[in-house]
Design a protein around this ligand. Structure first.
Ligand code: NAD
Length: 329
């Protein structure tokens, strides 16, 4: 049986990835279950994951090398590490830079050292469109690394994490793959991200708060396309950095209209002051992902929002009392 480690296993992407991994692969999930957002969302996801016979969970903080050392055995005969564990979110990163540095930079460093010690054949590191900043009319192109000037603490720690992993694993046989995701949404999503908050606020009749005029545009990407991208990247034999996003952008206002249509209810919109360092538009180049991995997004936003609303309605009773606090991505 193949064995892989997924960090951030109880997060949004980790949960959806593990749910799609076949029964013949042993999956070791690592997560600190931190409080970056209501950790009951993570417990809810863990509850479902623990029903899978091929899944084992370890509550581990990657920033703590002692704990990682005590659990070293999990790296034995591991074929791949999928590193999704991170503290995400642009705005909050300015309030608490130290936590971002610990989770995203030290966490990635410690994990890379373990990967090196156990000669793990490959590590896939999740990174973010946030490191490109505002792309304006240009496309975010993966290999223009020299142009990077990460515009937030979050983006800096993620970008530094990419570099540190490459430094630590340089001259080893481990193949490093970087996947940069663009604003992901879908079932079991993060309650601090815009789409799930908007759905919750509209469905529950609460004010829908938009920071700014709602014309800022994102390359919203449905979770199953992200999972497909990770799986294709795991099969790819070489190193590389790839964008996984949509080839189109939508404004927050357009997204709200779609949500209103599927919930069949109008939201009470309240516009507030634009968030610090919020960018206008982020659009990826998908050339490399298409050409090399044969990957492209297949879920259009209409279907993606419809499925997310359907999921919300099904799970409403489990999530209605949980916190949907503000974050911006
Ligand atoms: N969701 C998006 O739109 C998006 C966009 C770009 C990049 N990403 C990246 O994708 C990855 C997954 O994001 P997500 O949306 O699932 O976020 P998430 O917050 O839902 O999941 C991340 C998980 O990592 C865990 N974690 C954080 N620090 C840890 C540590 N030190 N040790 C162990 N576990 C730790 C958290 O408890 C959480 O469960 C992250 O690396 C994020 O930076 C996400």
């Amino acid at each position: 049986m193949k064995k892989i480690i997924v960090t951030g296993s109880c997060g949004f992407v980790g949960f959806n990835l593990i749910n799609n991994i076949d029964k013949n692969t042993e999956v070791i999930g690592l997560d600190s279950l931190n409080d970056a957002y209501d950790s009951r969302f993570k417990e809810l996801r863990l509850k479902y994951l623990e029903k899978k016979p091929n899944f084992k969970f370890h509550q581990i903080d990657l920033a703590n090398m002692d704990t990682l050392n005590k659990n070293s055995h999990i790296f034995e005969n591991c074929e791949a590490v999928v590193h999704l564990g991170a503290r995400a979110g642009v705005r909050q990163s300015f309030d608490d830079p130290e936590k971002y540095l610990m989770d995203n930079t030290l966490g990635t460093t410690n994990l890379s050292l373990k990967v090196k010690e156990y000669d793990v054949p490959q590590i896939l590191i999740a990174s973010t469109s946030s490191i490109y900043g505002d792309t304006g009319k240009q496309l975010a192109v993966e290999n223009k690394d020299e142009l990077f000037n990460p515009p937030s603490v979050y983006a800096s720690t993620k970008s530094f994490g990419e570099t540190l992993a490459k430094n630590i694993l340089d001259d080893t046989s481990t193949v490093i793959k970087i996947s940069r995701f663009f604003t992901v949404y879908g079932p079991f999503g993060r309650p601090d991200m815009s789409i799930l908050r908007f759905i919750h606020w509209i469905a529950s009749g609460q004010d829908v708060i938009i920071y700014g005029d709602g014309n800022q545009r994102r390359s919203f990407t449905y979770i199953s396309d992200i999972v497909d991208g990770i799986q294709k990247l795991l099969k790819y034999k070489k190193e590389g950095t790839f964008n996984f996003g949509s080839n189109q952008t939508w404004s927050l206002n357009e997204v709200i209209e779609l949500i209103e249509k599927h919930i069949e209810k109008k939201g009470k919109i309240i516009n507030k002051e634009r968030a610090y360092k919020d960018v206008d538009v982020v659009l990826p180049s998908l050339e490399l992902s298409k050409k090399i991995l044969n990957w492209q997004p297949t879920t259009n936003i209409e279907d993606g929002i419809k499925k997310t609303v359907e999921w919300y309605k099904e799970y409403e009773s489990s999530i209605e009392k949980l916190n949907f606090k503000y974050e911006y991505e």
